[in-house]
Design a protein around this ligand. Structure first.
Ligand code: ADP
Length: 162
């Protein structure tokens, strides 16, 4: 039984994240999506909101759970009995940072491996930041995330008068 954690900020989840989760759920027995609490970035959505959004978006995937976490991904992996950390790779620009993180995690926890899923081509450009940027200027969000998520982004930005 192989358990994988998929850690990230998910502020909020996009079709790119959901694609990685769906594909990982085929390759691993159990996926625990870890929503990072103490992100250095100041998130648009609270950790509870980000967890909630992901829970609803993944409810049809029966081997996927979503949990908040704080601190190191390797500790989150170990606490959940996971042997694998899943990360997504979009472009060369992701590679340097992801490689450094994976190597650091290998030093910290040689028993936990990092597995990269390359993005599906139609989501290669997509990030939570891009989605929020387009939302701020009133653009069409329908290619970026399911309607429940894009509605939540618009509602949140309205609330904050952004
Ligand atoms: P972080 O702040 O940890 O990078 P993100 O929520 O931005 O958190 O991303 C979490 C993971 O999902 C990262 O591995 C990132 O590369 C991956 N990811 C983000 N967007 C996409 C996408 N469009 N396609 C594939 N992977 C993605």
């Amino acid at each position: 039984m192989i358990t994988a954690v998929y850690p990230g900020s998910f502020d909020p989840a996009t079709y790119g994240h959901l694609d990685v989760i769906r594909r990982a759920s085929v390759s691993f027995d159990r996926i625990i999506v870890g929503v990072l609490h103490n992100s250095a970035k100041s998130p648009l959505f609270s950790v509870e909101e980000r967890v909630n959004i992901l829970e609803r978006a993944t409810e049809s995937l029966h081997n996927v759970e979503v949990k908040p976490f704080d601190g190191l991904s390797v500790n989150f992996a170990r606490e959940n009995g996971a042997q694998v950390i899943v990360r997504g790779l979009r472009a060369v620009t992701d590679f340097e940072y992801e490689l450094q993180m994976a190597q650091t995690n290998r030093v910290l926890a040689p028993d936990v491996d990092t597995v990269f899923l390359t993005t599906s081509l139609e989501y290669a450009y997509l990030s939570s930041t891009i989605m929020k940027e387009v939302a701020r200027f009133g653009g069409d969000l329908s290619k970026f995330a399911p309607p429940e998520i894009t509605d939540a982004v618009r509602a949140k930005l309205n609330l904050m008068n952004l």
